[in-house]
Write a protein that binds this ligand. Structure first.
Ligand SMILES: Cc1cc2nc3c(=O)[nH]c(=O)nc-3n(C[C@H](O)[C@H](O)[C@H](O)COP(=O)(O)OP(=O)(O)OC[C@H]3O[C@@H](n4cnc5c(N)ncnc54)[C@H](O)[C@@H]3O)c2cc1C
Length: 204
């Protein structure tokens, strides 16, 4: 679909979900309701400040995605409720996004780590706002607010990747599993965040 550039991260993530059959039939609502730590749409939606619309027998309500997913396979849905929509706050045309997923192979794979970054630049290429989300490195994908704060005010000409410091990832809690151990996941997450920042700096 021909969407504004800040949807690029979500579009890239959609192309990573399973194979073509899953991509043709699966929905974004199903992806977030699955509440898997490795759900590919969640980091880009967090980096877009997505709002989830919920409807049920007792009316409808809206929740930020960050409050909708409560844990591994747990959401804020009551048994009578369905997700009926997702709202993405409108950004300026100078807002850009990307998504990177690392798996044990290139395609049809559950991620080891994934990163979604949305950056709002002003007309002079200075960062007004940044949203960085990491998936598969904690029970619920989460934002890196420390890094986001550090990026604000920086110019696209700066080495943005150098803004990521280890302590900005201290709230992550990756697990050891068959795909990767926790140490590897954390290192991989740092690498793909830096790559994503470089991509947005140079590839717009
Ligand atoms: C072979 C295979 C590979 C896969 N690979 C990936 C992958 O790489 N990345 C990834 O993120 N996921 C993957 N998945 C998981 C899944 O297919 C995707 O998450 C997909 O987006 C789910 O969407 P769906 O519409 O099919 O939801 P469903 O599978 O139909 O539903 C998932 C859950 O959400 C609930 N649900 C669905 N829609 C709503 C709604 N509107 N309101 C309330 N509850 C709802 C269902 O009741 C169910 O509990 C894979 C699945 C398979 C079978």
């Amino acid at each position: 679909a021909n969407l504004p550039s800040y949807f690029d991260g979500l579009q890239l993530a959609a192309r990573e979900v399973g194979g073509l059959q899953i991509q043709n039939r699966g929905t974004i609502a199903g992806n977030i309701c699955n509440a898997s730590p490795a759900a590919d749409s969640v980091p880009p939606l967090l980096a877009l400040d997505a709002i989830v619309e919920i409807a049920g027998a007792h009316g409808s309500r809206k929740l930020p995605l960050s409050k909708f997913i409560k844990g591994n396979r747990r959401t804020a849905l009551d048994p009578s409720e369905l997700v009926t929509g997702l709202f993405i706050p409108k950004r300026q045309s100078t807002s850009h996004a990307t998504f990177l997923k690392l798996g044990a192979r290139r395609y049809l794979v559950i991620s080891i780590a994934m990163a979604a970054v949305t950056i709002d630049f002003d007309d002079s290429n200075t960062i007004q706002d940044a949203r960085v989300a990491i998936g598969s490195c904690s029970e619920v994908a989460c934002r890196l607010h420390g890094l986001e704060d550090a990026l604000k005010g920086k110019s696209a000409g700066n080495n943005l990747a150098a803004e990521l410091k280890t302590d900005m990832m201290s709230h992550l809690s990756p697990i050891d599993d068959i795909r990767a151990d926790a140490h590897y996941r954390l290192n991989a997450a740092a690498v793909i965040i830096r790559r994503a920042l470089n991509d947005l700096r140079t590839g717009r």
